[in-house]
Design a protein around this ligand. Sequence first.
Ligand code: NAG
Ligand code: NAG
Ligand code: NAG
Length: 476
Amino acid sequence: MKSEMEEPLMVQIQLDHHNHQSPPSSPYTFTKPKSKRTKSILLLILASVVSVAITLGLLFVFCSTLRNRGNSFRYSVVIDGGSSGTRIHVFRYWIESGKPVFDFGAENYGSLKLSPGLSSYADNPEGASVSVKELVEFAKGRVPEGMLEKSEIRLMATAGMRLLEVSVQDQILEVTRGVLRSSGFKFQDEWASVISGSDEGVYAWVVANYAIGSLGGDPLQTTGIVELGGASAQVTFVSSEVVPPEFSRTISYGNVAYEIYSHSFLHYGQDEAEEELLESLQNSVVNSTEDGIVTDPCTPKGYIFDASSRKNSSVQAAGNFTECRSATFKILEEGKDKCPYNHCSIGSTFTPDLQGKFLATENFYHTSKFFGLEEKGWLSQMISAGKSFCGEEWSKLKEKYPTTKEKYLDGYCFSSAYIISLLHDSLGFALDDERIEFANKAGEKKISLDWALGAFILNTPTSTSGYSSKSRKMLR
Ligand SMILES: *[C@@H]1O[C@H](CO)[C@@H](O)[C@H](O)[C@H]1NC(C)=O
Ligand SMILES: *[C@@H]1O[C@H](CO)[C@@H](O)[C@H](O)[C@H]1NC(C)=O
Ligand SMILES: *[C@@H]1O[C@H](CO)[C@@H](O)[C@H](O)[C@H]1NC(C)=O
């Protein structure tokens, strides 16, 4: 959008330049061109002419933009079938100079989430139709009736659905397809699917680089993404190393092809890693006291485990950041001895050397915000914050954070230690590395780093005339 506004200005500047460079062609040069006074008057006149021209030019562009937008709004809908709920995103965009213009402000973008998620209908697939119907009605409220059949609707399901058996996934998807086929929107059966974690990573990378303004530019100037979700963690960035094909994704945007390293580390999300740690603690005999009590270094002391929870009464809270960090590091190291590649940062999975800038999102962001960390040096601040949190008495923490729900509060010792194990001890970000920032929004317009926005951007042809069908099909 920026370049559209800059174009007319550039034309004016060139005219201005031209007049100075070649006075003979100017209509004002018949008087003494060498006289200083004449010259300054001349400049004054020129300046006025130029500024009037600029104003008229801008006015023209502005009016024609308004007219264009009014005539050619387009719409697109993405439904994110997440584990905790289903969220519909309704996008309005328009075409300027043959290119789509996106705007994620309230006028051009709306979303609605309904719980529970699609995966909760495993025993009753038909039940999934109710929430999808309601979401479709929301979308219809934002798209003019005449535009429905021209507007694409897609449903992409993620982690919760991935965990179900394929036959059950298919049953639930088929129910949603029934709703979408009769929705009035443009829809094809393959547009309702379960996407992979690496698809999600690539879409998140797309929206981040779009927001920053680096999508469409030099691949090596793009920004990578590290995401810490509940069930999985994703690492996505452009590497100049040779990446084994199973970790390599290619997308096209405009005329540029991006080869991206992308991997979703399943079970390394914050919740699953915490569960894994607990299991390993309960299995450890060496660290148990005579009474068979095992200590958990990732939970502040004084915390009483609910007997009904997985952290059962044989585990005793004994918060210690340093010990928690080494315990989580062990989980990340598991399988590294079997690494078949030249680098394995996490388990036996290939990860190239880090390159360029990174944004750390989702739980990286939430934990940093919880501790009130500053942008600069946030990783080393995370260590001090984690040390003091893990070492504090549970009753004191409850007093200190009265508004935080206990079920979340209890997790910040683990998450601070896990984040350091993951980003510093495993992936190798230096503690004072300024190339990595935590974020949930990016760019001047503070665009939300929601992968569904990236799915919309990538599924929208980058030019009205010739876009490669390859780039659209890349991620289904
Ligand atoms: C608590 O955990 C231990 C170790 O895994 C297990 O043997 C025991 O059955 C558990 N107790 C309850 C009440 O779940
Ligand atoms: C027991 O805990 C210590 C640290 O307190 C650690 O070094 C050791 O590896 C643990 N042993 C097992 C089997 O987890
Ligand atoms: C935490 O554990 C480390 C390593 O076992 C130990 O050196 C340190 O003293 C412990 N910190 C506290 C406050 O107990």
